[in-house]
Design a protein around this ligand. Sequence first.
Ligand code: NAD
Length: 290
Amino acid sequence: MKLGFIGLGVMGAPMAAHLVAAGHDVGGYDVHPAAGEKLQAVGGRAASGVADAVAGADVVITMLPNHPQVEAVVLAAGGVLDTAEPGTLLIDMSTIRPETSIAVAEAARDKKVRVLDAPVSGGQTGAEQASLSIMVGGDEADFAAAKPVLDALGKTIVHVGPHGAGQVVKAANQLVVGGIYGLVAEAIVLLEASGVDAATGLDVLAGGLAGSRILELKRQSMVDRRFAPGFRIDLHHKDMGIALAAARQADVALPLTGLVAQLVAAGRAMGYGSLDHSALLKVVEQLSGR
Ligand code: NAD
């Protein structure tokens, strides 16, 4: 299949490479030209711009930081909707607010372009190992058409509802992830302040009911204070904002999510925005004067 891939960052670069390895003809574009060159080195094609990536593509994938970039790439003059042939399938895999996904789907309908929102969970490792969880919003028939392409990127690939539903599921994912990081950070602070070895304590937690993927994968790096991203606090701050806005839209109260959002905001304010979100530990430590 001929694919266009726009946004070749931490996530997009390994994802585009997997699509090349799966036998697709991939034209990739990123505002940083070095990213296109890296794609070329693994057998893809460096496109000169959005229109070049989209030209002749059956499927266009976007993996961009946030909604302003998706609006610029997809909706603006010369963007994906302006240049794609009718019938093209656009799969936006960025994490953005659900209402932008719905607005993109409405704008695409006029151009006869098919759209799915398909944000992912699993982080950089999931992208590199093609083991992402992918939550897809949109029409069932378009999901069926996208599935063979998405199979090259992930292991758990689920159609969760209409346009925007993928983003709502991702918002739910992010509030759970943020909450678990916050509580693991509090557990480490309590253990260390009580003179108990934190690594040993967390080993026990990981084997019991408190066990989670985060405890499994990140407890040692947190105890060692290794906070290279991974997933930056800045991006998690964006996602907590999306979750709270979705809660307002749905007219529900999510008090713990509000609290976690403030911890993440504090991390940014303390200058940790470019560290991994496990650096919430530094915030919790500072709250205890440690
Ligand atoms: P990133 O910043 O590393 O990559 C985004 C890329 O988009 C960058 O290379 C940037 O140059 C490019 N870009 C920005 N504007 C552009 C434009 N107008 N045209 C072309 N390219 C443009 O971010 P990332 O970590 O790859 O995350 C991408 C999305 O995936 C975000 O929405 C993020 O929340 C989500 N996500 C990230 C992770 C993670 O662990 N990093 C995990 C799950 C989901």
